[in-house]
Design a protein around this ligand. Structure first.
Ligand SMILES: [Zn+2]
Length: 361
């Protein structure tokens, strides 16, 4: 392998090694790493060995989005996510919930940000500082070591009491080492499910009441496997595009599945631009598979004005740009010839020799 190009497998091993630190005191490291991976997928640099500046406020937005749904009480309990008495990130998320006047998991954080813009900005500022003072400067430390092994980014300017002015002097950013962004993006499909499993374990350990078997779906609460919230988009999509499966065009019964075109397990985008009506057969056959390029083309070509109208009516974001960026990041990281899902029981091999506009720009 050429100098400067990171071997994704070695990178993955080192990431897993830093997480196997025995008992984590908070889930913040997991959240930070997940945010970093998502950021890399959606902001993939041109070249394999490019570095990538990552604004910490961007990470803060992603971290807030994850905790936004997690701070809603689960079976009447507020879940602990830290062994510390004061959990700054959870407090910021709860303040935003109060300001936006909602305890519903289904209200998108984009809508809360519109309802309470000042509180949203304060939450981002607070979480930015919190990430810089805690998880970002501890993330690369191996168990039992006081020194960082800066294989992801230089963290020498970060510490427990780093000030806002020091952060500003570094453009509020960390800079991923050459090759790391492509490496993390390629590992997303492996690392993200592993991080979720560790997260669920941590939350069970920090909340003793969850150890009883009568709470099986902690993962659903934490990571949105709850499909009920998607019900709100079904009828509007049927009205706009007809009651047909997006993939096989079969007529749909009431209560049909809503499918995430870019798999939820990979990028977790709930915006309308990533959602389609599907029949149960196509939905379960596709599952977490990567869809064929032609399918992504078709979903991005849907009339944006129609989607924006639905978004305004039901207060649900479209996230079109985010879907475009994520699709680009996902497909550019895949080897040619990879089988992709092209319809019930069908696959086609990935071929980007004539890339569509969203992939080439
Ligand atoms: Zn179908």
């Amino acid at each position: 392998m050429a100098d400067g190009v990171v071997d994704p497998l070695l990178l993955g091993q080192r990431v897993v090694a830093i997480l196997e630190t025995g008992l984590r005191t908070a889930t913040y490291k997991l959240a930070t790493l997940m945010a970093l991976i998502d950021h890399c997928v959606e902001n993939l640099p041109e070249q394999l060995d490019d570095d990538l500046a990552v604004p910490i406020p961007d990470l803060a937005r992603r971290v807030l989005e994850v905790y936004w749904r997690q701070v809603v009480p689960f079976d009447g309990h507020e879940l602990r996510q830290s062994t510390q008495p004061r959990a700054r990130i959870l407090i910021a998320a709860n303040n935003l919930r109060n300001a936006a006047g909602t305890q519903s998991q289904s209200l998108a954080i984009e809508i809360a940000a519109i309802r309470a813009p000042d509180t949203y900005q304060r939450a981002i500022d607070e979480i930015t500082l919190c990430l810089a003072q805690q998880p970002l400067h501890r993330l690369q430390r191996l168990p039992g070591s006081d020194a960082s092994d800066c294989f992801l980014y230089d963290d020498s300017f970060l510490h427990d009491h780093v000030s806002r002015s020091t952060l500003r002097a570094h453009n509020d950013s960390i800079v991923l080492n050459p090759g790391v962004a492509h490496g993390l993006a390629r590992l997303a499909g492996l690392l993200k499910p592993a991080l979720e499993i560790m997260w669920v374990d941590d939350v069970r350990r920090m909340n003793k009441f969850l150890l009883a078997d009568r709470f099986p779906d902690v993962a659903g609460h934490l990571f949105g496997r709850e499909r009920v919230m998607l019900n709100a988009v079904r009828e509007p999509l049927k009205e706009a595009f007809g009651p047909h499966c997006f993939y096989c065009n079969t007529h749909l019964p009431a209560g049909n599945p809503i499918d995430h075109v870019l798999p939820w397990s990979l990028v977790g985008i709930d915006g309308l631009a990533n959602l389609v009506l599907a029949c149960a057969r196509c939905n379960s056959d596709k599952s977490g598979a990567l869809p064929a390029i032609a399918i992504v083309d078709r979903v991005l070509e849907r009339d944006q004005e129609t989607l924006e109208d639905i978004a305004a009516t039901i207060q649900w974001p479209t996230q079109h740009q985010r879907v475009v960026a994520a699709a680009r990041g996902i497909y550019r990281g895949q080897p040619a010839g990879l089988p992709t899902w092209s319809g019930y029981g069908d696959t086609v091999r990935l071929d980007v020799s004539f890339p569509p506009a969203w992939l080439s720009t």
